[in-house]
Write a protein that binds this ligand. Structure first.
Ligand SMILES: CC(C)(COP(=O)(O)OP(=O)(O)OC[C@H]1O[C@@H](n2cnc3c(N)ncnc32)[C@H](O)[C@@H]1OP(=O)(O)O)[C@@H](O)C(=O)NCCC(=O)NCCS
Length: 173
């Protein structure tokens, strides 16, 4: 899909990320039924994403906006946190495509563009209840032309509950 564009978000675009994060949290709240997470505040918004500011604090964290044909359709946040405990260069911390543009290959194209731009060792952790995302990530990762060393493990710790996929793109670190 050639009309997908993934660009680092500028500091002045932080409010754009914060708005998209509200939609993302709403989607995730589906997986939080029966838990205290994801309640709306009295002002009708979800609590702000706690670590958003840190994505403009250094090279290990990258905030990305995803556009298709020039229209904003989603975002991604990359950091270097490893749920698996392995040394990884990049972790796909958050990834979102707005509902209107789903199931047309936009997510795959954006994810693969991100992997290509930041080759090396990667991790993607998927919340256990997010079964659709697991199908998505297995396909997006396995479909990258330069992928190798794909390993999936199931993690249940106080820190993480769900599958984690580790892989390498190209020959980087
Ligand atoms: C997961 C998400 C990014 C997928 O984006 P998308 O643009 O719809 O993905 P694509 O169209 O590129 O889908 C590629 C493949 O992933 C799989 N897939 C995507 N969404 C799926 C779903 N809801 N159920 C099952 N499989 C799905 C399919 O195999 C699909 O190929 P197909 O449409 O030919 O069957 C999007 O649904 C989303 O933003 N969800 C909410 C946030 C989220 O869960 N993010 C992931 C956090 S780990």
């Amino acid at each position: 899909m050639s009309d997908i564009e993934v660009m680092p978000a500028r500091p002045e675009e932080k409010p754009v990320l914060a708005n998209l994060m509200q939609l993302y949290i709403h989607d995730f709240s589906e997986h939080w039924s029966g838990t205290p997470n994801g309640e709306l505040r009295d002002d009708g918004r979800f609590a702000d994403y706690p670590h958003l500011d840190s994505y403009w604090s250094g090279p290990a964290r990258v905030p990305l906006l995803i556009r298709q044909g020039g229209a904003l359709i989603g975002f991604a946040l990359i950091n270097d946190h490893a749920h698996s405990g392995r040394p990884v260069a990049r972790n796909m911390a958050e990834f979102f495509i707005v509902r209107k543009h789903r199931r047309g290959g936009a997510g795959m194209a954006a994810a693969q563009a991100i992997f290509s731009r930041w080759p090396g060792t990667w991790e993607a952790a998927i919340a256990r209840r997010n079964v659709a995302a697991l199908t998505f990530w297995r396909k997006a990762i396995a479909g990258h032309p330069l992928v190798s060393a794909i390993e999936e493990e199931d993690i249940l710790t106080p820190d993480w509950n769900g599958p984690v996929i580790c892989f390498r793109i190209g020959a980087g670190d």
